[in-house]
Structure formats: structure tokens, C-alpha cells
Design a protein around this ligand. Sequence first.
Ligand code: BV8
Ligand code: ZN
Length: 242
Amino acid sequence: MLELNNSDIEKIKSSSHIVFFTGAGMSAESGIATFRGKDGIWTKFKPEELANFNAFIQNPHMVWEWYSYRRNIVRNAIPNPGHIAIADFQNYFPKVTVITQNIDNLHKRAGSREVFELHGNIERNYCIKCKTFYNNIGDSMELPKCKCGGLIRPDVVWFGEYLPEDQFNRSEIATSECDIFFVVGTSAVVYPAASLIYTAKHTGAFIIEINIEETEISSFANKCFIGQAGKILPQILEKVKD
Ligand code: BV8
Ligand code: ZN
């Protein structure tokens, strides 16, 4: 049963701004593979071979096919009870912000309204030459070409690329303002996204981690729940909603 004592419940109940910082583990129960878990994506592929611009230029077909394969999984996935609970928090608390490293759109599909996507969104694509956006394409494995002749790439942040400035800046502001900072389903090893956890700590937020195992940040979280996000988040909501 969920270990949430009365003072923690009161702390959450009296919060004015809650942030949920999420990673691939948030979508694991929706059938989307994580990156670093035992059957994670990086056990089969090397990130530098696929999730970076040079790999795309050297082998656009292979990288495009990999994203088309993942896009089809994302399209057939549905938000799990964890995504739905996070969206439901909006009905009981004045301000709820989601900061996600995920590119699967599931938080928005679950109904979360303020979602910052630090690593982009697999449903968006753009031409590397003229920057024209091509959304909702990519069912076919065929490498699409822009009318200008340029290559079309997924609108995700690859290794070595900068995060979208607006999304990251607004995430930093929300992190420094919030009083409760949930860290859900992330190994907290990818930067600069993971730096937000330290920002939250330094600005005095109460840090609650939810993960199926301990991570690098478990030692300084205020509360750690070991378990699945889709099970724990609805239980926490049950305890704190009026
Ligand atoms: C940058 C989008 C500035 C694409 C991703 C050398 C050169 C350049 C940069 C670097 C370098 N060395 C290091 C860096 C920085 C690098 C980095 O951090 N590398 C790490 C790996 C060491 N970062 C970058 O490159 C970033 N850009 O630094 O730019 C710059 C610019 C130019 C030159 C120099 C610097 C860009 C990083 C973004 C990369 N893009 N994804 C795609 O998806 O294809 S990263 C990828 O990792 C995903 O976005 C993912 O979300 C993210 C983080 O992983 P997690 O979400 O935490 O997932 P993971 O599998 O690791 O963990 C899942 C967790 O869930 C586990 O803990 C598991 O226990 C738990 N779990 C599982 N099931 C459940 C669960 N928990 C709860 N419930 C469950 N059911
Ligand atoms: Zn173009």
C-alpha cells in the first residue's frame, strides 16, 4: 500500500504549483519501450548510430525507417492510468505543469494542458533545407522528400542537438516556481533535461520520485515510490484530491 503520511498529503494538498517531470518509464505501461531498461531500445541499437544528425545524413533511410517503426507504435499506444491521473490532477490543483522527455504525445492525448516537450514530438517532421513542417506523415517506411528536394526528418532532439529554447526556458521557470516536483519514469542521465531535477531541489521543491527501481536521484528525493507509474500515480491522486 502507498506510504504517504499525513504531512506529505498536506504538503501536496496545499501546493499551488505541481510539476511532473517524466521520462520513458511513464509510457512503458502503454507498450512503448524505454531506452535503458533491460529490454530498452539502446540494448538493440546504439544512440549514436540512430538518434543523431550525422547518422541521419549518412543513412537517412535507416534512421527514417526506425522513426516510422516507432511512430506506428506510438500511434497505436494509448495513455495509461498514469498519464490519465496526471491530467486529472488539473481538476484538483490550481497549476499543473508537465515537462516530458518523451516524444510520444501521450500526455496531451490524456488531456494534460500545459505540456513542455523537451525532446520534441515524433508526430512532427520538417525539411532540413527549407524547414517546412510535415505533420502526420511517416506511415510509410519510404523516406519522404520535401518539394524543395530537401530531406525530411522527425522533429525530435537528437544527441548533440540543442533543446527547443522556449520549451526549456519555460520548463526552468515552472521548475523554479513549483512547490511539488514529481520525477516519474526517468533514469535521469540525459542532460540538460535532468538538470531540472537539481534546479527543483535548489529552489526548495518537495521532490517525489516514482520509478520501478532506484536511480541517481533517489538519494536526494524527499519521497521515493518504487513501483509502476500507472499504479502509483492514481493512488497518490486518490489520497490528495478533495
Ligand atoms: C545537448 C529524442 C547541447 C530522440 C533523446 C557529447 C556531445 C554532445 C552532447 C553530449 C555528449 N555527452 C553527453 C552529452 C549530453 C547528452 C547526454 O545527456 N548524453 C547522456 C546519454 C550522457 N545530451 C544531449 O546530447 C542533448 N543535447 O547536450 O545539446 C550540445 C549541443 C551541441 C554540442 C554539445 C552539446 C540532447 C539529449 C536529447 C537526446 N534525445 N530522445 C529519440 O527519442 O529518438 S534522449 C532519450 O533519453 C529520450 O528522450 C528519453 O526520454 C531520454 C531520457 O531517458 P529516460 O526517459 O530517462 O528513459 P530511460 O530508458 O533512460 O529510463 C526509463 C526509466 O523508467 C528507468 O529508470 C526505468 O527504471 C523506469 N521505468 C520503467 N518502467 C517504468 C518505470 N518507471 C515507472 N513506471 C514504469 N512502468
Ligand atoms: Zn524543403
